[in-house]
Design a protein around this ligand. Sequence first.
Ligand code: MTE
Ligand code: MO
Length: 451
Amino acid sequence: SDYSQEPPRHPCLKINAKQPFNAEPPRSALISSYVTPVDLFYKRNHGPIPLVDDVEKYSVSIQGLMENPRELFMKDVWMLPKYNVTATLQCAGNRRTAMSKVKTVKGVGWDVSAIGNAVWGGAKLADVLELIGISKGTSTTKSGGKHIEFVSIDKCKEENGGPYKASIPLSQATNPEADVLLAYEMNGEVENVNTSDVFFSNTSSTLLVMSSESKKFTFGKVIESREQKCFKFITVILNLLHLLNNTDISMLLVISKPLNRDHGYPLRVIVPGVIGARSVKWLDAINIIAEECQGFFMQKDYKMFPPSVNWDNINWPTRRPLMDFPVQCVICSLEDVSAVKPGKLKVSGYAVAGGGRGIERVDVSVDGGKSWIETPRFQRPGVSYVADDTRSDKWAWVFFEVTVDVSQSTEIVAKAVCGFSSQRPTCNCARDLESERGTEHFMAQGSSPGW
Ligand code: MTE
Ligand code: MO
């Protein structure tokens, strides 16, 4: 494997493995913004980061149990309506270090930050499939296709040097409400462009733009309204600005940044509400298949077993692959064992449930779980969160924050209760209602005598 072409990374990340690169931000940084900055977003890889240098030539082959196999180019994806979906991506291995204390688990050790919330920009997979003749709501194609497999460019040792892959049911892929995306942007990030770097090739419709950051030229088309349409990866928004000492009409040019290489440049799948492993990065092919993907990460990893199972008697085919992730709740304002002084203490963190179920409640206990205090919850600061409300992001995490009184040596615990309505007709989430794993323990300790 060749790790000589890895992208630059933020120095704040805690590196859990260098090759392949696996890293997460500190937990305090994680809750400092609802939308996780790209640089701080956890990076979970199984091989070297592929280098796609010619985005014009890049294509995804779509084939299998369907009528019209075809190559999908970026321009085909850019032409489709663009959606911005705020979705929390969580690795199924998040908090594996804590799980290891209970039972032997295998895989990269993660603290609590193998999770992040992003605004993913891209085309809906349902629209892409419609483009190639598979209509919305299809669960089985005429030739018996029931699953959709995503195959990537990167190679990994678990697949014996083959590509990383995963699948989801076709019914989920063709359901526009499931918000499955082929994403080419993250967090609406824009390139730095000076107006002096813009050259009109004729009066209005086409322009040539030089990015001040990358020093690369790109062709674009002026889009006259604020419509969310993309041509190449350029979105041009004309803004009529009346400058103070200049009544001339000036222009504001916005160029979307493509996905960061670590997160799947140029195109990745985003399956909201589902463990990160199914959101295949660096998409190379899409196969319509009869049975779910037989790859390693669907069949020999990311499954949940009862306590009687260990590494000697494990029988993989007896369990289904994990899809929707269970409810999760983490205190991020304190480290695992924090020594705090008695008095007022702020307890904050995140809670999230897969399958778009939302969070019904987050409770905090300062007496090891004997009594509980319901906490205020929010997504955007200052706007209180209500599960199932149309103003809430249904695929995204929720933050909680409460100030408690700590007067004695105690254990502080947070617990989330997931929302009641699943976005899926059938949900195979193994754990429900209360976040069993969603507890964090803290010892409050003090040196003052008598306490
Ligand atoms: N896609 C490819 N091609 N290769 C990978 O190693 N890792 C998966 C998924 N998609 C992976 C992949 C896993 S396990 C997770 S949790 C997410 O990507 C992580 O996405 P991120 O690195 O953008 O945070
Ligand atoms: Mo993962």
